[in-house]
Design a protein around this ligand. Structure first.
Ligand code: GTP
Ligand code: MG
Length: 256
């Protein structure tokens, strides 16, 4: 195309057609960004990955969330199944611009996960995460986390049932079809009969993992005591709706 054929009106039209670039979240409201692994079922079918859960996959998710904790200033990240929920209560990144938040955070998580998938599991695979922004009032933060935990618990049960059906000789489509026809109690019974108690699987598989900052005291030059923050991983979470769960979230929110 000739340079001369691009006129100012056309350029202005292109600029005006960036119709989503000015979409912003309401100022001063906390927000969650939820990222979900794209086509994880396909990825996790790979023989190198343990079924129904692989701690190394969870480590890749945690490391990705930690990258966001270091680059931006979220209050916490909650990881369960193939999703990462990142809570911002103070500094909202990119001045609240939704396109920018979704694209950059998803880009950092996706590249970090792919990098660690290769480093930790030796799997070369480009993984992407979809990303969405959820605005939330401060009073609903706990309910939101409890909802994701409950959803994760259902996914956890279905994943155990699916892989049990596969182990019993069903093809992927057969296992998925049979699973759809099973009620919650039937899933529990089928697994219990085969030696799996869903209440006794590793805690992180059932309840997820929380990444947040904790205060600690540090002595400088042998005498001055200062308070610093360090990023911690909690793989032994309570159920968020219990008093232990509520206290944990309250403490994190208050120390931010
Ligand atoms: N083997 C294994 N599977 C996992 C692990 N973590 C998550 N998954 C699987 O990841 C999938 C997540 O569910 P979905 O998000 O609905 O599936 P998806 O294929 O990612 O679908 P889209 O998000 O719509 O692209 C489930 O099949 C889980 O069993 C893990 O540690 N090991
Ligand atoms: Mg997914």
């Amino acid at each position: 195309m000739q340079e001369s054929s691009l006129n100012e009106t056309k350029i202005q039209e292109f600029n005006e057609n960036e119709i989503f670039s000015n979409v912003k979240v309401p100022p001063k409201l906390p927000l969650f960004i939820r990222l979900d692994g794209w086509k994880f079922r396909e990825l996790t079918e790979k023989p190198e990955i343990k079924k129904p859960f692989d701690k190394k996959i969870a480590q890749c998710l945690v490391l990705s969330a930690k990258n966001i904790m270091k680059t931006f200033a979220p209050t916490l990240s909650y990881i369960i199944s193939d999703e990462i929920n990142i809570l911002f209560t103070k500094q909202i990144p990119f001045n609240g611009r939704v396109e920018k938040i979704n694209s950059i955070i998803s880009g950092v998580i996706s590249s970090s996960f792919s990098f660690n998938l290769n480093k930790i599991l030796g799997i070369k695979h480009l993984v992407a995460f979809d990303s969405r922004v959820i605005t939330i009032s401060e009073n609903d933060i706990l309910s939101y986390l409890a909802w994701r935990q409950q959803n994760g618990w259902r996914n956890h049960n279905n994943a155990y049932a699916y892989w049990m059906l596969r182990k019993m000789g069903n093809k992927p489509s057969e296992a998925a079809k049979k699973l759809k026809g099973l009620k919650t109690k039937q899933i529990h019974d089928m697994l219990r009969e085969r030696g799996v108690n869903l209440a006794e699987t590793p805690q992180w598989e059932r309840r997820g993992i929380l990444v947040y900052k904790e205060l600690y005291e540090k002595t400088i030059k042998g005498k001055v005591k200062v308070t610093r923050r360090k990023i911690v991983e909690n793989w032994k979470l309570p159920i968020f709706t219990t008093s232990e769960g509520k206290n944990l979230i309250q403490e994190i929110l208050e120390s931010t």
